[in-house]
Design a protein around this ligand. Structure first.
Ligand SMILES: Cc1cc2nc3c(=O)[nH]c(=O)nc-3n(C[C@H](O)[C@H](O)[C@H](O)COP(=O)(O)OP(=O)(O)OC[C@H]3O[C@@H](n4cnc5c(N)ncnc54)[C@H](O)[C@@H]3O)c2cc1C
Length: 471
């Protein structure tokens, strides 16, 4: 961004998303010469921002998870802010109104007060409340770290506490939609992280949307002397004798670095290392398949006036939970309805909005010609909004503008293979790769979401770049 590209640095970071910027700040605080590179023109990665028809949009912000009150100690949100030295008040957070997990004939409401979820379980599943209390007490003490070792899945562990499969499905629906790279289930360590971030803590939104967070991160990084270079894609990780020594950019420019932290993803990062290394990480085996289409509809009427007051509704219209890659381009049996205006303390960015997220096929969108692609986006909006009528008002006659992103959009702007949002089901909890000083952070290290990605960036910077002496 106006700076000359260097030819050496201490730590080189691939990606100016949440994890990359957080890692960059952490290292710049310790006077490292740190360079963040991103191929895209705007920073933020999967949670960036853009303008269309003069209207400002957030790419992905449904909710900042992990909400806690100012001054709460030892929780992810306050821990990140302390480590990055960003004041809590600068986020100008507004709390969610109320959210719900909804199946035909049964809903569990939840908010930033865990007792609401507990009372819903007690009322609707009285035989399960003892198991639920044992589960929540156990989880409250469980460390919020991605687990190492062979994966154990949440359904198996939950069966030790809950015998009603419908309750398990209701509790899993929001968790899978907000972070599972695996169809129908989620690895136990990730389940615990998401349980805490969604149910024990909760949802909030910065007053200015994702721009508020991203401006704070970028400004802090620059203030500390960090170098952020946009439109600078990394085409190759250079290595010798099993050690990464630097990168080559799309322009051919080379930068040598003592170490590299990459948020590009497992398959994508190994792809940069050349055939000898990437052949073990085939897209089919490692890229993951959970991706989404999201329709953002701008309305002529506030949703409250149409009788809808929920912040986020996770819906499932069949008896059992459906969370898998669809066989068609998209699938409307389950999804997420988000009303970004339904937080306290909001200044609407534009007309009232409704965001509808549906599961998308990980390959089909890339095979479509332009006309077929436009028609599929329109079909997702039409069919999706018809399918959610049991859970939300009919907005079709109130819609003044629609923007839809697909797996193709995700791949175009973030480089993620197949446009997957939650990365590979194979995570690297300690961030290590086949090269000695090349590390993964963000989604494929095992922490995702805005707060999770920032935590990951800070943790990987602390462990791999601050405990070794800079060159
Ligand atoms: C539609 C959508 C909605 C979401 N909603 C929420 C939400 O409401 N709340 C929440 O907490 N999370 C949400 N998420 C998830 C969250 O955005 C991500 O988990 C998080 O932002 C991931 O951050 P990251 O740093 O790990 O990776 P990314 O954001 O993917 O950043 C990686 C960066 O690396 C860059 N890059 C890749 N390859 C190269 C290369 N070769 N050279 C240079 N640069 C490269 C990319 O351009 C990108 O900027 C959402 C995601 C999506 C897609």
């Amino acid at each position: 961004m106006g700076q000359t590209l260097p030819s050496t640095c201490d730590t080189l970071i691939i990606g100016a998303g949440m994890s990359g910027l957080a890692a960059g700040i952490r290292l710049a605080q310790y006077d490292q010469n740190v360079v963040v590179l991103d191929r895209h023109a705007l920073w933020g990665g999967l949670n960036s921002f853009y303008k269309k028809a003069g209207r400002p949009f957030d790419v992905g912000l449904h909710a900042l998870t992990n909400y806690v009150d100012k001054g709460t100690r030892g929780k992810p949100l306050t821990r990140i802010l302390r480590q990055l030295r960003i004041p809590y008040d600068a986020l100008e957070l507004g709390q969610q109104w109320i959210s719900e997990s909804a199946f035909p004939g049964v809903k569990l409401r939840f908010s930033n007060d865990f007792q609401l979820l507990r009372s819903e379980v007690a009322e609707k599943f009285p035989s399960q409340i003892d198991g639920f209390d044992r589960l929540s007490a156990y989880l409250a003490e469980y460390p919020d770290l991605p687990s190492d070792g062979p994966p154990v899945f949440a359904r198996t562990r939950l069966a030790e506490y809950l015998t009603d499969e419908q309750l398990v499905d209701l509790l899993l629906l929001p968790i899978l939609y907000y972070g599972s790279p695996t169809p129908s289930d989620i690895e136990w360590g990730s389940f615990v992280v998401l349980w805490k971030s969604l149910y024990e803590e909760g949802f909030a939104r910065p007053k200015g949307g994702v721009r508020t967070i991203l401006s704070l991160l970028r400004d802090r990084f620059r203030e500390l002397g960090g170098q952020l270079h946009m439109r600078q894609g990394v085409s190759q990780v250079l290595h010798e004798n099993g050690k990464a020594i630097g990168v080559r950019l799309d322009s051919g420019h080379e930068i040598r670095a003592a170490r590299i932290l990459s948020s590009a993803g497992l398959v994508e990062t190994m792809d940069l290392c050349g055939e000898a290394l990437n052949k073990q990480y085939s897209e089919d085996k490692f890229a993951g398949e959970m991706t989404f289409v999201e329709c953002i509809s701008l309305l002529d009427t506030p949703l409250q006036d149409l009788g809808h007051d929920k912040t986020i509704t996770f819906f499932n219209s069949s008896e059992r939970l459906v969370y898998e890659a669809p066989t068609d381009a998209f699938d409307c049996q389950s999804g997420v309805i988000c009303c970004p205006d339904h937080y306290d303390n909001q200044v609407p960015q534009h007309e009232p909005a409704l965001r509808l997220t549906l599961r998308a096929h990980p390959k089909m969108w890339f095979q479509m010609g332009d006309e077929e692609y436009a028609a599929a986006k329109h079909a997702a909006w039409q069919q999706g909004h018809a399918a959610i009528l049991p859970f939300a008002p009919d907005i079709r006659d109130h819609t003044v503008f629609v923007d839809t992103f697909t797996p193709r959009t995700v791949r175009k702007f973030t480089g993620h293979s197949r446009g997957v949002v939650y990365g590979s089901p194979t995570k690297s909890p300690d961030g290590t790769t086949d090269l000695e000083n090349l590390f993964l952070m963000g989604t494929d290290q095992g922490f995702l979401g805005i707060v999770g990605a920032m935590l990951s960036g800070i943790a990987m910077a602390n462990v791999h770049a601050l405990q070794t002496s800079p060159s």
